[in-house]
Design a protein around this ligand. Structure first.
Ligand SMILES: [Zn+2]
Length: 233
């Protein structure tokens, strides 16, 4: 790099430091979102290639799916929780897209996630999305879409009824809480299609199950599931 260009960059860096959102480290290249230490620290599950993995087992008897995957393990106080917090509450959208791309690569390399026709992010309630300004599941879905070359469809499912907070509820209560809160907006185009349903963190799977049940009203539709992380609850 030309000396003056480098000096300009160094001065800019002084006033606008480009820090790793994982650890605060400032040795990031211009377009990097997390540093290489954090990248290598990411707890990958490698479930994309594994049939009957724990994500798929979670949905047995609840929702018929083709395949399911979570890219990372989610642990309280650890890196992945911190990254997802940045995406959800600090509008770190480039981080969401970046992690979505990482997951997209795992799906792309697996022969179990081929022939996906559309990526559907788990919808938020309209008022909640308006308040936040974006749906984090859609941000992650955009990253996957870039890697797989498959479109994101945000308006297929509508979340139609406000429910109270999901925290501190047991599984049965959670299911009752989200039941009937998803509706299909338009189904004709998706007949015979393979849909990848995407969310940020998988806990009990109750919300994905409810959304998946609504999608299953479309004739001959196939559903697969991908979440950025899975909580060990
Ligand atoms: Zn870092």
């Amino acid at each position: 790099m030309h000396a003056i260009a480098r000096l300009t960059e160094d001065v800019l860096h002084l006033f606008y430091p480009h820090l790793c959102v994982g650890c605060g480290n400032d040795v990031l290249a211009k377009n990097q979102v997390i540093c290489s230490f954090c990248y290598h620290d990411l707890p990958r599950t490698n479930y994309a290639n594994i049939k009957n993995n724990p994500i798929e087992k979670l949905f047995v008897g609840r929702l018929p799916i083709h395949a399911a995957h979570s890219e990372f393990y989610f642990s309280k106080g650890k890196l992945v929780q911190q990254l997802i917090h940045q995406i959800k509450y600090h509008a770190h959208l480039d981080l969401g897209t970046y992690l979505g791309k990482l997951m997209g690569s795992s799906l792309f390399q697996s022969n179990r996630f081929q022939n996906i026709d559309a990526i559907v992010p788990l919808p938020m309630f309209a008022d909640k999305e308006k308040k936040r300004g974006y749906n984090q599941a859609a941000v992650i879905a955009n990253g996957i879409a870039e890697t797989l070359g498959v479109p994101v469809v945000e308006k297929l499912v509508i979340r139609s009824r406000a429910t109270s907070s999901q925290t501190n509820k047991h599984r049965i209560e959670r299911w009752q809480n989200v039941e009937d809160s998803f509706q299909i907006a338009s189904s004709n185009f998706f007949e015979n299609k393979h849909i990848l349903l995407v969310d940020d963190v998988l806990t009990t799977g109750a919300t994905l199950e409810a959304c998946g049940m609504a999608i299953l009203q479309i004739p001959q539709v196939t559903i697969s599931i991908a979440t950025l992380a899975m909580a060990n609850s």
